[in-house]
Design a protein around this ligand. Structure first.
Ligand SMILES: *Cc1c(COP(=O)(O)O)cnc(C)c1O
Length: 397
């Protein structure tokens, strides 16, 4: 017998939702977490059921109770009609592009995009006959001037990778929809807790669940959530391509979601404190963090987003361009707690000297090298001491 519950998750706060979405313990003997179902074959009771596939599960690539638990949680967080799971965050970009674009189509991609997305567009999409143009993240409603009769997809990412430019998603989506384009957003930085992209007009919300949903730097996975209009094509593409998320990874991502709200609150507070600490320094030219009043996209962030996560960048002040790399490397090599590594969203702090050479519009700053920081869950005072060592080493070059 099911326990009657009077309160609904729909009207609950984000942390309550994260704690309870996706799996009802009463569905599985009361165990708090869903079972990890490893599957290829699923058996049918008789040949008629087999022929009509008239049962909830039919084959391992088409979903299991474990992947469904995660998809249900993500649907609720995103306000989506459906979610697919894919083996990486990059696949969460390439699979919807393959779903919505055909030879002869044109796509508009934000210039501050996650750079492996540009690589996919410039190589494989071009080879498949799709034309690509990159646009300024600050374009807003002006995107309409770039839309051609064959434009089918507008890809956004807010804030942009490494340089953090904000985008007016509502204005872009309204213009794109007048021309029947699908609007995709890489929403990895904000997570659905800080930006519900579908509520602002995006049709498809992409996540590297590798990042905050995982939270521990040990899973690579992606998710793509779509509204009702664009869900059927997305699901069809996933099934046609034979791309699916594994049950073990799905379990770990659902586990990560349970604590994502409290982790993000800590990442947010620490990152903002460190951003302000950096902003006050003479040896920092600029801090690229959307929640800082000084940041050009701050007004959009404040209007549309519910919070800021723990990834941002700063420009180290270096007078001579030929010294950019040397000073950046001296800074990084002096760090103890900040690891030098790609990706982010885990519990540990990371730093990287970012390469912006592939940009056509959002070019690298002239004042010095750009260093991206992921602020982890360590104590802020220790991270500040660590960064001070980096500045001292850069100054000594
Ligand atoms: C990391 C990242 C991805 C790719 O995720 P992977 O799981 O590493 O492939 C996509 N988009 C953004 C914005 C990212 O930061």
């Amino acid at each position: 017998m099911k326990r009657q519950k009077t309160l609904s998750l729909d009207e609950s706060g984000p942390n309550t939702r994260l704690a309870h979405l996706g799996h009802d313990p009463q569905d599985y003997f009361g165990f708090v977490n869903p079972p990890v179902v490893h599957a290829s074959t699923v058996l049918f009771p008789d040949s008629r059921t087999m022929e009509t596939r008239a049962q909830p599960y039919t084959y391992g690539t088409r979903g299991t109770p474990t992947t469904d638990a995660l998809c249900e949680a993500l649907n609720a967080l995103e306000g989506a009609a459906g979610t697919i799971l894919v083996p990486s965050g990059l696949a969460a970009i390439t699979v919807p592009f393959l779903a919505y674009l055909s030879a002869g189509d044109h796509a508009l991609i934000v210039d501050s995009v996650y750079s492996p997305c540009r690589q996919f567009c410039d190589t494989m999409l071009k080879r498949l006959g799709v034309e690509i143009d990159y646009y300024d993240p600050a374009i807003g409603a002006g995107i309409e001037q770039l839309i051609r009769p064959n434009t089918r997809l507008v890809h956004t990412e807010a804030p942009g990778s490494n340089t953090m430019e904000m985008q007016d998603i509502r204005a872009i989506a309204d213009a794109a929809h007048r021309h029947d384009c699908v609007v995709t957003i890489d929403n990895t930085w904000a997570t659905p807790l800080f930006f519900r992209a579908l509520d602002f007009g995006a049709d498809v919300s992409i996540h590297a669940t590798t990042k905050y949903p995982s939270g521990h730097s040990d899973i690579v996975m992606g998710s793509v959530s779509a509204n009702a209009r664009h869900w059927p094509k997305l699901l069809e593409a996933q099934l046609t391509l034979g791309i699916c998320g594994s049950p073990d990874d799905s379990y770990q991502i659902l586990r990560g979601l349970r604590t994502m709200g409290v982790r993000l609150a800590h990442h947010q507070a620490s990152a903002l404190e460190i951003a302000r600490f950096l902003e006050a320094r003479e040896d920092v030219a600029r801090v690229l963090h959307p929640a800082l009043e000084s940041f050009p996209g701050h007004a959009i962030w404040k209007r549309d987003f519910k919070g800021a996560s723990g990834v941002f960048s700063f420009v180290l002040k270096v007078d001579a361009p030929e010294q950019f790399k040397k000073k950046a490397h001296a800074f990084l090599d002096a760090l103890s707690f900040f690891g030098l590594g790609y990706s982010w969203g885990g519990y540990e702090s990371l730093a990287v000297h970012v390469n912006l050479q592939d940009r056509t519009i959002c070019k690298a700053p002239k004042e010095g090298p750009v260093i991206r920081l992921q602020i982890g869950l360590e104590d802020v005072e220790d991270l500040k001491r660590d960064l001070e060592n980096g500045f001292a080493a850069a100054a000594a070059v």
